[in-house]
Write a protein that binds this ligand. Structure first.
Ligand code: FAD
Length: 339
């Protein structure tokens, strides 16, 4: 197999628990490749509560979700993990030689000696509005569920749909660069932070943002993957066609276990059963840690996930090198690279 995609440990999920497992693997001299469906690391902490303080991380009386992730990524960095982001692991197969082949949704194939599943509640993906033809405009960027670069919207006509914080915050942010921002929402009230909602209202009153209320998304018009109009309708069926270069639907994130359920593991109610001492699943060489792992009296906490990562990586090392004698050493003795 291709050397660049061959690794000791493949970690599925770059949430806090997967990131700490990279560090633990590195301390035992094992290389990691980490795959995540999201376009960024951080799992729930980054996607759901980046600014909320967490109070039960040891030695951090409080730390914001994103700050914890930044620190974990920094702690893992000396071990030079390879991140494969924006792709879901769709297939996991154990080969006759005891190693594993992982295939991702973008067609990447990774060869790994052992697998650690740190997949939380499953892969994150956007809740898509129920309308036809979305796929036709996703590749061209006509329809986007995350804003990657604000500059892409310079001079463009942008339709934002949704009533939560993402919709409101991006309307506020993009109205500076875009030619026109339209906000489609089914009712006048927004669920966003009151302060942001008030700012949106003020910009609407000043004619700087167009509110398209009470409308819902109905359809898309365009040619060859290039969006030209977003069709919206009221509940009574009154339609409008909004001239637009981009549609940004912000209807939250969904999590789904998805393909993991088909890998022949001991899956029950969206969790994978493991032996607690090693975090090994029913398939030798495949381990599960963090929110997705289940054993008796499991606590779904980040701090438990960290300890589970240490146990899993030590067990994975024994799986990879059953004959090698292992001398346990403290980090204070070994240090980390480049320190
Ligand atoms: P996650 O953070 O869920 O990350 C899993 C990652 O795996 C995701 O990024 C997902 O996209 C990816 N993934 C899944 N399947 C695949 C696949 N097939 N291919 C590729 N990628 C995949 N915990 C605490 O300890 N203290 C707190 O105070 C606390 N507060 C919280 C507040 C809120 C609002 C929420 C929502 C959670 C809170 N939690 C808290 C829980 C904590 O966030 C989780 O326990 C933690 O994120 C679990 O980490 P994880 O790495 O196991 O999984």
């Amino acid at each position: 197999s291709d050397a660049s995609t061959s690794t000791d440990i493949a970690i599925i999920g770059a949430g806090p628990v997967g990131l700490f497992a990279v560090f633990e693997a590195g301390m035992l001299g094992l290389k990691s490749h980490v795959i995540d469906a999201l376009g960024m690391v951080g799992g729930q902490c980054s996607a759901l509560y980046p600014e909320k303080p967490i109070f039960d991380i040891p030695a951090h009386p409080q730390i914001a979700g994103q700050d914890l992730i930044d620190q974990l990524a920094k702690q893992a960095a000396p071990f030079e993990p390879t991140y494969h982001l924006g792709q879901q692991v769709t297939k996991l197969e154990k080969r006759d030689d005891g190693r594993f082949t992982l295939t991702t949704s973008t067609g990447k194939v990774i060869d790994a000696g052992a697998v650690v599943i740190a997949a939380g509640c499953g892969a994150f993906g956007p809740n898509k509005p129920p309308m036809d033809g979305l796929d036709d405009y996703e590749d061209s960027g006509g329809v986007q569920y995350y804003v990657k670069r604000r500059a892409d919207f310079a001079g463009k006509k942008v339709v934002i749909a949704g009533g939560g914080d993402s919709a409101v915050d991006w309307a506020l942010s993009l109205h500076d660069v875009a030619e026109k921002v339209m906000v489609v929402h089914r009712r006048p009230k927004f669920r966003a932070a009151p302060d942001s909602s008030a700012k949106l209202q003020a910009l609407a009153e000043a004619g700087k943002i167009e509110m398209v209320i009470p409308y819902q998304l109905k359809g898309l018009r365009g040619e060859n993957g290039v969006l030209s109009h977003v069709v919206v309708a009221t509940l009574k069926g009154e339609e409008r066609e909004l001239e637009a270069d981009h549609l940004l639907p912000f209807f939250g994130l969904a999590m789904e276990l998805g393909p993991i359920a088909d890998w022949g593991l001991n899956v029950d109610k969206n969790h994978i059963g493991v032996t607690q001492a090693t975090m090994e699943t029913s398939v030798p060489g495949i381990f599960a840690i963090g929110d997705i792992a289940h054993y008796e009296h499991k606590l779904k906490l980040i701090l438990s996930g960290f300890a589970e990562g240490a146990s899993a990586i030590h067990a994975a090392r024994s799986y990879l090198f059953p004959d090698k004698e292992f001398h346990f050493e403290y980090s204070t003795t070994t240090g980390v690279p480049n320190e």
